[in-house]
Design a protein around this ligand. Structure first.
Ligand code: ATP
Length: 258
């Protein structure tokens, strides 16, 4: 058997498919669709092997299956495809000046700096002690406009006292989530998409599901303070991250924002 010549374009092709597959995997990870996704990948790998080895019968049977599979995929992954397009649409690729920014050639967005993170973590620690519920979303690359529009626009410099007073139970702004972009609070009372991920433990209610939901649909990170237990949760990429103490939490957030 002769190995085909590998052109540079083939390498790019493989890398792009790998990136796309990884992106899709991240999207369906933790949802029931993951098993279907793995099943499809396995069938496709077997199909490719049978084709390369010229095993006519099996490759024709699997070929027919994968051909019709595209339509089946659209039906089965209807929800995930919606999320994928939503995620794609909410990245800066679609904004006028965003393309180069997305590639990190020019970065005119101001990142959330260490001082702001320390203020956020301090506020979370104090809200945890007083059992004050909170939900904070910190933007990374990619727009959060699709959720920001559901709340009230703000332009406030991040500060421990301000965060605490916003989430204070009697404050008119305490409901919903707070969005932080750079070193500013840019929205309050935001309604986030709630995750339907079944692997989220039952003890977590809507606040935590919303924290997971926003990280499923964007590149942001979320911090939730439970009103019931005072527990602080850090959610990144639809997963709860454990941390030792407030200092560790701060280090982790800073790392995610690098
Ligand atoms: N989709 C959402 N987007 C933003 N905030 C939400 C959303 N759903 C719920 N919340 C906020 O979470 C608060 C508490 O909801 P819930 O008690 O169901 O959450 P929880 O995860 O059990 O949190 P806690 O441990 O604080 O009770 C609501 O009052 C609201 O402020």
């Amino acid at each position: 058997m002769e190995l085909p010549d590998l052109r540079i374009l083939d390498v790019i092709d493989i890398l792009l498919v790998a990136a796309l597959t990884f992106y899709l995997y991240r999207l369906v990870k933790g949802t029931p669709a993951i098993n279907i996704f793995i099943g499809i990948v396995i069938i496709y790998i077997i199909y490719s092997i049978t084709e390369t080895l010229k095993m006519e019968l099996l490759s024709r049977a699997l070929g027919a299956f994968t051909g019709a599979g595209v339509f089946a995929l659209i039906v089965v992954f209807q929800q995930e495809i919606r999320k994928f397009l939503l995620m794609l649409g909410s990245t800066n690729f679609t904004s006028r000046k965003g393309f180069l920014k997305q590639l990190h050639f020019f970065k005119d967005d101001i990142d959330t700096d260490h001082t702001a993170v320390d203020q956020i973590v301090k506020a979370c620690g104090e809200m945890s002690n007083t059992f004050t519920g909170a939900l904070i979303v910190i933007k990374r690359d990619g727009s959060l406009d699709f959720v920001k529009n559901t709340g009230d626009e703000q332009d406030i410099v991040v500060n421990t006292s301000i965060i605490k007073s916003i989430f204070f139970k009697n404050s008119p702004l305490h409901d919903g989530a707070m969005i932080i972009e750079g070193n500013r609070i840019t929205a309050t009372r935001v309604i986030l998409p709630v995750s339907d991920n079944r692997s989220i433990p039952q003890r977590f209610g809507l606040r935590h599901r919303a924290a997971v939901g926003v990280t499923e649909r964007s590149n942001a990170i979320a911090i939730a303070v439970s009103e019931e237990t005072g527990q602080i949760s850090l959610i990144n990429n639809a997963e709860f991250e454990t941390f030792e103490n407030l200092e560790d939490l701060s280090v982790r957030i800073k790392k995610h924002l690098e």
